[in-house]
Design a protein around this ligand. Structure first.
Ligand SMILES: [Fe+2]
Length: 198
């Protein structure tokens, strides 16, 4: 299985500069880890280039989160969401310190591996298909013998990431906060991982 793919997007340098400005202006929480929904329309005012850049991949972006990690214990091994109705992939744009972090992927070698369901009701999940007001995810123990680390990567450029396979961001505590924008799109970007024969 392919777990991620770095992608080229038009006007990336402008998109990155505008995204950094947006996060600095509006959303960065320097001392807390968080997964915060951002105002999509406001973001597009800062960064109109994102829409045509993703249209090239037949993706229509409509919302997203600023994911800030300040401490390793706030980044558990997990699967995002607990429902198949959500996309298998999102698009991540690096903002701060991503080059000092790594994302690890695990697979279940024992299909009976059980995670722990975690509900975060203090943040709103943004989806036009759902009125869900909470984020649910499944947390796993990275030392569980039923799990095996299978891949790793660095979000140092726009990246399609699988979010419904166990994954974890390992940070360098000397370089925090580690921040990405993670973007939801119509048409699941997973198709970009399925084109290749693996
Ligand atoms: Fe995740």
């Amino acid at each position: 299985m392919k777990y991620y793919k770095h992608i080229e997007i038009d006007n990336y340098q402008t998109i990155r500069e505008n995204s950094v400005r947006f996060v600095l202006d509006k959303y960065l929480v320097k001392t807390h880890s968080s997964f915060r929904q951002f105002d999509w329309n406001l973001y597009v005012q800062y960064c109109p280039e994102i829409v045509p850049a993703l249209a090239k991949y037949d993706l229509v972006p409509y919302g997203g989160f600023v994911y800030t990690i300040n401490s390793q214990d706030s980044s558990p091994l997990h699967i995002d969401y607990i429902s198949d109705v959500y996309n298998k992939c999102r698009i991540n744009i690096p903002i701060f310190n991503c080059e000092h972090s790594k994302t690890f992927y695990y697979k279940k070698i024992d299909k009976d591996v059980q995670g722990t369901s975690v509900i975060q009701s203090d943040i709103m999940f943004y989806s036009k298909e759902s009125d869900t007001k909470t984020i649910s995810y499944m947390k796993f123990d990275p030392n569980d013998p039923g799990l095996e680390k299978v891949d790793e990567m660095i979000v140092d450029r726009p990246t399609v990431i699988r979010v419904q396979e166990p994954h974890r961001v390992m940070i360098d505590s000397n370089h925090v906060p580690r921040v990405v924008l993670t973007i939801h799109t119509y048409k699941d970007p997973v198709y970009l991982l399925e084109d290749e024969n693996d």
